[in-house]
Design a protein around this ligand. Structure first.
Ligand code: NAG
Ligand code: NAG
Ligand code: NAG
Ligand code: NAG
Ligand code: NAG
Ligand code: NAG
Length: 291
């Protein structure tokens, strides 16, 4: 079948790379959009994608939806569509736009993570294929870069809050950056524990040194131990938390995600040597990160 397409290319040069936007009538499949701009022009939408380093595609309806690397699933060229799809691919020296997809190199990269669009079984359909986390690790976009998370049940025998457990995977005990990550961790606990509540996973975060002495908890403020999680921290503390002290008197200067069945109040401070911990949440950055 000889598909009719309508390609339009935009290019914008910055210091080190040139990205090209290719547009055509059609539709986008994605997990969500990252930004939706109302009633802006097609050109403004394309410019927005070009200047957003995480944008890999956009869709112009009455609004402009911007899709990032971890969100895009596929794009489809539908000649009769009144929506316009734009995809961001490698720029080339040529300033003319080819007349068909077959003469385009449909690959690109964001933050040094590569991707390409692969022809799929339906006419005009291209699946978004990207480099990603290792098997079993889940990709998330963080404020400053891309990040992989994996949950390990049960805990290892060694000190759970010791960085050595995640280190075997070149990872860290993870903090978090956004609600999607918390939802992911929480739903994995739901799958694992069903209706059994009061299960705890160790995450990054320590009570601020100014918040305690060896004998006294003075405040409930925590900080990440690395810069991969953005601040400010946001937590939905379980009621009465952070309490600071375990019921047998130990200080609770580390952090956990607490599974409470149906309640999503997930955060609880916990002793750094606590026996209550049921697993670890490890994380690692991939690709290039903003400073
Ligand atoms: C989709 O993304 C927008 C903007 O990031 C967010 O406000 C919205 O809650 C997301 N929707 C879903 C279903 O995740
Ligand atoms: C466009 O944006 C407006 C305001 O955010 C929203 O109400 C409307 O549903 C959007 N239209 C489409 C086609 O997504
Ligand atoms: C094109 O994209 C690939 C990733 O698919 C990347 O490795 C390569 O460096 C890019 N080439 C140019 C000229 O930007
Ligand atoms: C999918 O993308 C990965 C990483 O960019 C690449 O190594 C692989 O060859 C691609 N697969 C296909 C079928 O293009
Ligand atoms: C972490 O574990 C390693 C290896 O088991 C050990 O050498 C180190 O002392 C531990 N560190 C802390 C802070 O517990
Ligand atoms: C985070 O980055 C800031 C500024 O670069 C630095 O001062 C701070 O020590 C870093 N924090 C951690 C935990 O690495």
């Amino acid at each position: 079948m000889n598909l009719k397409i309508f390609l339009l290319c935009f290019q914008m040069f910055n210091m080190t790379l040139s990205d090209k936007i290719v547009t055509f009538p059609g539709t986008v499949t994605a997990t969500n959009y990252s930004i939706q701009l109302s009633e802006i022009s097609f050109e403004k939408c394309a410019e927005n994608c070009l200047s957003n380093i995480d944008c890999v595609a956009f869709l112009v309806t009455e609004n402009c939806s911007i899709y990032t690397f971890e969100q895009l699933i596929s794009v489809q060229n539908i000649v009769s569509s009144n929506q316009i799809v734009g995809i961001k691919i490698n720029g080339s020296d040529s300033e003319t736009c080819p007349s068909s997809f077959s003469s385009l190199d449909l690959s690109g990269s964001v933050r040094s993570l590569s991707y390409n669009f692969i022809t799929a079984s339906s006419p005009g359909l291209f699946n978004f294929n990207r480099s990603s986390c290792s098997n079993g690790w889940k990709l998330f976009r963080r404020v400053r870069g891309y990040y992989c998370i994996k949950i390990f049940f049960p805990k290892s025998d060694s000190d759970v809050f010791n960085s050595s457990y995640c280190k075997q995977y070149s990872a860290y005990l993870t903090g978090f950056d956004n609600q999607n990550e918390i939802d992911y961790i929480y739903s994995a606990m739901q799958t694992k524990y069903g209706t059994t509540d009061n299960k705890y996973l160790a995450i990054d975060g320590i009570r601020k040194p100014s918040c305690y002495t060896s004998t006294k908890i003075k405040c409930g403020e925590f900080e990440w131990t690395n810069n991969y999680s953005s601040t400010p921290m946001f937590f939905e503390w379980d009621s009465g938390e952070p309490s600071g002290v375990e019921y047998w008197g130990t200080q609770e200067n580390c952090l956990s995600v607490q599974f409470k069945g149906t309640s999503k109040k997930y955060a609880n401070d916990i002793g750094c040597e606590s026996d209550l911990i049921n697993g670890h949440v490890c994380g690692m950055p991939i690709g290039d990160w903003d400073n």
